[in-house]
Structures are given as C-alpha cells and as structure tokens.
Ligand binder design. Sequence first.
Ligand SMILES: [Zn+2]
Length: 379
Amino acid sequence: MNKLEPLEFTKDLIKIPSVTPFDGGALDLLQSKLAQLGFVCKRYIFEDVDNLYARIGTAAPHICFAGHTDVVPTGDLGKWSNPPFEPVEKDGNLYGRGAADMKSAIAAFTCAVQNFLSSHKLKGSISFLITGDEEGVAINGTKKLIAQISEEGEKIDHCIVGEPTCPHILGDMIKNGRRGSINCTIKAHGKQGHVAYPDKADNPIPALLEILYKLQNHKLDDGAQGFQSSNLEIVTIDVGNPASNVIPSNASARFNIRFNTNHTGESLKNWIIETRNEVQQKYSAHIELDIVISGEPFFTAPSKFTEIVQDAAFEITKHRPLLSTSGGTSDARFIKNYCSVIEFGIVGATLHQIDEHVKVDDIYKLTQIYEKILEKYFA
Ligand SMILES: [Zn+2]
C-alpha cells in the first residue's frame, strides 16, 4: 500500500460530510486503511449507527485508540470562509468541519500505527474503537460497542481517546478524568388568583424558592483527588407572569450539577428527591421533578501509562501536558469501566465552531506523539 500521510488522510476524512448519525463512507475509508495494515476489522450496527472495531495482534498488552468519525452540523453555511467539507490550507492551518474534532486525530493515530509497524515487531495488540455517534445522543455508539466486544471476550488494557484535549498549544493537556453531569427541572404547580385574596389562591413561587435555596446552600463536597468541588448551577427560573396583581399558577426552574467522584448520578438524584420531599411537606403547591443523569464521573489515577503519554508529548513538543479533569463529558465515561482510559488529542480551540481549524504542523506532531506512545508502551 502507498504510505499514508496524516495531512492527506485528514483531508480525505473531512471531505466526507459525516454529520451524526450519517456516516457517508467515513468508517469504510478508515477500515480500508486499517485492513491494509493488517487489522482484523468488524462492524457493529446498532439501530441507525455504524461502529467499527479493528484489532491487530492477539497478545497482551492491548492498547486501544478510541474516537469518532461523526461531526457536528455546520451551522450557517454562509458564515464559513470556505465550504466546511472542502478542506482548505491557509496560513499554516487546515480548515474544515472535523479538523479538530476529531478527524485529524484519527488520521494521526492510523499513520502512527503504520509508522510503528514498519519499524517494530508488535509485541501485543493495538485496536481502534470508532463510533459514528459521539456528537449525538451517543446511545448507539461507544457505550454499546465496548459492551458488545467485551462480551465477545475482548480485553483492553489501556485506551487513549483522541478527543481534542489541548486548550492552547499542542501538548498542554491530557484529560485523566471528567466530571459527571446531571440536569434537573423543578415545576411547582399552585392555583392562580388575585394578590389581594391570597387565601383563595396557592402561590407556587415560595415553594420553588425554598427548594432552590436548600439545594444551592448545601455544600456538596470539598473536591476529590484530581477534581475541583462539585458545583450546582441554577440556569433559569421561569414564571412568565406579566401582571402585578395576579398570583401565578406555575413556576419552574432548571439547574445542572457537575460532580466529582464523591457522588454518583443516583446518589445526587436521591438527594434532590429527599430535599423536594422535605419542602413539599410545608406547601400545598405540588412540586414536580424531572431529573436526567447525563454522565457519571471518571478518574484515572496518575500511573506509568499517564507518564508514557506525558513523556511522549514532552519529547515531541517540549511541553509536559497537565493532567486535568476539566471540561464537559466524553465517551471515555463509557470506557472507564473496562480499562484504564485517558484522553489526548489536538488543540480544540475551534471545535464545533464556524471555520473549525487546526495547525497543519500539529497534525504531524500529533502523529509523532502517538507513535512515541506506541514505542514506549511496547518497550
Ligand atoms: Zn469529539
């Protein structure tokens, strides 16, 4: 096969408009390259989502590269300087949807493996765990894929998720954990009436205020290893009452909690329900809750594996990445139950934005870092 080149491969992937859950041939393209390198490839289709698992080698240790070929929608096409699915190089940058999140990392990892295999005898296994559904609801992607392959007996030891983790310069950050997230809507239902006759009405606002006050003023924790304190943020309070002489019938509010490993989604859910029950006893307005756990937290303690990634990044970029648990949730939350997982990829400053781009040079450097990781991992 012709030698794969990371910039060209990134461009080829960007040319495929794989907006979640549409694949458009992105997984086929990746699979064809991996098959040529000797990977055994298998596709897993869960409902409308296509997924790929590919492995080379049968022995341990087994390092896996995880990621996604889907991208977020383009937004207003008229605002892009160039069409988002026609990759363009300008001033040392590569523009296109998915340039940062995360087609460059997929190309870089594939090329790193190619380079590594051409100069080393593999003393373990390398695999790719790639979904076409990370940017959407993510129920038919990594979560089901890793459960399925584990059931089939696949045992992964370490995993690198290639999400764009560096905030400013390549090599500045590894994510070794993520906070969990829970969303809650509170609706208080009372009875509408005239402010001059409150005995004939039932104002839902005091009940809503009291539950919010109780939730907001409860200290969740003082942080956990690798994590800042958990945080509850009220994001909206809605009554929508235009009159000053009317007691409204309904009031609602919404909040989000980003939480560390002191909690689980379930434990926080129970705490919210208990708080509601306490407040409910004092009011006749009915307080209704709608709670959605959108992700559990995970933490990978610093280890030889995190050091390998840090050392590799330092050798190529001269920056030693910080281990961080900041930011939103990622598919690593589904992988953490099966193996030791960290996230490391390119600079994500423009991810999901109009004119998404990365430095061309960073694509090559990321390839070198991934190759260094493989060298150290199998040394
Ligand atoms: Zn992503």
